[in-house]
Ligand binder design. Structure first.
Ligand SMILES: [Zn+2]
Length: 329
């Protein structure tokens, strides 16, 4: 007689999960802390106020119910353990984000639960900023997945239009032969048929679709509704989020840098702006209007009961009930 796990029982009890859906678990990974000068992120903010925030990464484990195939995904790698290995312009920027700590980094956090980088099948990046890119060379066997437009950021002509000292990118940091750049979500088509795939295999080449319940464009990577990449434009070209349905019945939205401060989501504060030395208006988001639209969609997700976690979500980390949701705890 076949046995059924607690997770499978929970999955069957949730009518939004088809019985063929993968068994999915999600854990937070501590991947460093940095300090943000508030005036660059929120408005109004006093000149010298600063907030030390985490740069979170996440582990998602997906097991196909019939074949047992296990896929491990890490979403973002956080801060680089050795900040001296960042390029010179990024190191100068790092000096403005102190205090900063990289212990534990994502590798140490994975090890806390018995995993090594070689155990990770895919590293999906929310975007290419230094505080999320981590140390990709640690992940010698993983495939990297980046949003549409991310490759172009490594070309000097593209990055020069992005203002702010945080927007420096390191050419060659990702391996050409192990990196997948997603298709353009702006060309979403409701009617395109999803290509057939091997059950349990992740598929990043299929078309984007409109989510059946939410106003978001998604790429359902296992074709079972459990792990969706979400088009989340505004912060940086190629910025993507994840919507995960776990087998214990949670719907969790990993929002990357769609927003840096929950007070903006609650409409207590606005997105900050500042002037650079040449008098240009700068914003932490490359496209402020699209960023605001993405934040509004995130508000709607919260209203529908989806738990939202931002990469720099200090409020989420400081909530004692989330401590047990870190890998290895
Ligand atoms: Zn960030």
């Amino acid at each position: 007689m076949s046995t059924i796990t607690v997770e499978q029982t929970a999955a069957l009890a949730n009518n939004w999960l088809p019985s063929s859906a993968g068994i999915v678990e999600l854990f937070a990974l501590s991947a460093g802390y940095l300090t943000l000068p508030e005036k660059y992120f929120v408005h109004p903010a006093s000149e010298n106020s600063r907030r030390t925030v985490p740069s979170l990464a996440f582990l998602i484990q997906h097991r196909h119910p019939a074949t047992g195939k296990l896929t491990r995904i890490v979403f973002d790698l956080g801060l680089r353990r050795d900040v001296k290995r960042y390029s010179e312009p990024i190191q100068r920027h790092v000096s403005t984000r102190q205090p900063l700590t990289t212990d534990p980094d994502v590798v140490k956090s994975l090890a806390a639960g018995g995993l090594r980088p070689d155990d990770i099948d895919y590293v999906i990046y929310s975007h290419m900023h230094w505080d999320h890119i981590g140390e990709p060379r640690d992940f010698q066997k993983s495939t990297f997945v980046i949003g549409h437009g991310s490759w172009d950021l490594f070309k000097p002509t593209e990055t020069s239009s992005l203002r702010g000292s945080h927007s420096f990118f390191e050419p060659g940091i990702l391996p050409d032969d192990r990196t997948i750049e997603l298709n353009d979500a702006e060309t979403v088509s409701k009617n395109e048929k999803k290509p057939s795939i091997i059950p349990g295999d992740a598929n990043f080449g299929q078309p984007w679709t409109t989510h059946s319940e939410m106003d978001i464009h998604v790429l359902d990577i296992f074709n079972d509704g459990t792990v969706n990449i979400v088009h989340a434009p505004g912060h940086l070209p190629g910025h993507i989020n994840l919507l995960v349905k776990t087998s214990s019945g949670q719907r969790i939205y990993l929002a990357g840098d769609a927003c840096h401060d929950r007070r903006i989501v609650r409409k207590e504060l606005e997105i900050g702006e500042w002037l650079d030395t040449a008098g240009h208006i700068c914003c932490i988001h490359a496209d402020r209007k699209k960023a605001e639209e993405t934040i509004e969609r995130i508000r709607q997700l919260e209203h529908k009961g989806v738990e939202v976690i931002f990469a720099h979500d200090v409020e989420w980390v400081e909530n004692a009930k989330n401590q047990s949701r870190f890998w290895g705890v």
